[in-house]
Design a binder for this molecule. Structure first.
Ligand SMILES: *[C@@H]1O[C@H](CO)[C@@H](O)[C@H](O)[C@H]1NC(C)=O
Ligand SMILES: *[C@@H]1O[C@H](CO)[C@@H](O)[C@H](O)[C@H]1NC(C)=O
Length: 283
């Protein structure tokens, strides 16, 4: 099935249609077996994400079946109101083609002393949105805590400034390992592959007519998302380790070595541990 914003959103959110003519198809497998289209469900993502912003403990083992070395390094630091994590930038004449990362969805809890809800933390891999501010293609997970204490976990994607989608047929729990690959085939088309490594559950979205990317920023981020026009409260969450954080370019590759290490002052800290590892944690 070919999804369009109109088929997905109905009339209630028709305003988003003006933003882009983006459309996409979704294919999904579970342990290599195709999931019927009728069982693939996407819904509008509750949090607005159209504003583009400007470790502790012992590292856990890497993704299942993979090995990883971990050594603390020091990247240049930057601050942001809503991004915590690594952004590496390439010159526009050597653009990024693929961005990859694997992480464990964290355990979230209401932040001590914070009484405003919802609270949400989004963990994602993306391309652009930092030095190129007019578009950002991103995918990952989010935990959301509502005022009654209920915590929901979701997989989502968005090609900013177009609308965001939750893949509601792909459940996620704390500690699940996710492997995200964003493979751009042009500045306006990409394949996004989301794999639950623990279960071999894989979704591939083929998206066309997206807002134009420059393909200059590779992002591995824990974000405090917007809700309406304001930032939501940021919950506490367990450390998020981005593993195998790599990007390919026309020439050569790009990791997090030398990336800008974004901090959200007072709320979230981020460190680089080696060229393929990064950790973020809430303060
Ligand atoms: C991912 O794997 C975990 C087991 O580690 C499982 O509990 C969870 O439901 C899986 N999610 C999907 C979407 O397959
Ligand atoms: C990206 O897409 C191209 C074209 O479809 C394909 O040849 C390549 O293997 C993909 N790369 C990754 C890392 O998925």
């Amino acid at each position: 099935m070919r999804w369009t914003l109109a088929t997905l959103l109905g009339s209630a959110l028709v305003a988003h249609q003006a933003l882009a003519d983006l459309s996409f198809t979704v294919e999904a497998t579970r342990k290599g077996v195709r999931i019927p289209q009728s069982e693939i469900k996407l819904v509008p993502f509750e949090f607005g994400r159209s504003r583009i912003g400007h470790g502790h403990g012992t590292p856990p083992p890497g993704p299942p079946g993979r090995s990883s070395s971990k050594m603390r390094r020091a990247n240049p630091s930057a601050t942001s109101a809503n991004w915590c994590g690594s952004v590496n930038t390439t010159p526009s004449n050597n653009p990024i083609k693929v961005v990859h990362g694997a992480f464990q969805h964290p355990t979230c809890s209401p932040r001590a002393g914070v009484t405003t809800f919802p609270q949400a933390a989004a963990n994602w891999v993306g391309i652009d949105g930092d030095s190129w501010t007019s578009a950002l293609l991103q995918s990952g997970t989010v935990c959301k805590i509502s005022s009654n204490g209920a915590i929901v976990h979701e997989v989502w994607w968005q090609w900013v400034p177009s609308a965001a989608f939750t893949i509601s047929s792909m459940p996620v729990q704390p500690d699940d390992w996710f492997d995200i690959t964003i493979n751009t085939t042009s500045t306006t088309a990409a394949q996004v592959t989301i794999i639950n490594l623990s279960q071999g559950h894989s979704y591939t979205l083929s998206i066309t007519n997206g807002p134009t990317l420059a393909r200059v920023n590779a992002d591995w981020v824990v974000e405090r998302p917007y809700y309406g026009s304001g930032l939501v409260s940021f919950p506490s969450f367990t450390d998020v380790w981005f593993d195998e954080a790599w990007a390919t370019r026309t020439t050569g590759s790009l990791g997090i070595l030398g990336a800008k290490q974004f901090q959200i002052p007072g709320l979230c800290a981020s460190q680089e541990w080696d060229d393929t590892h990064e950790v973020s944690w809430s303060l």
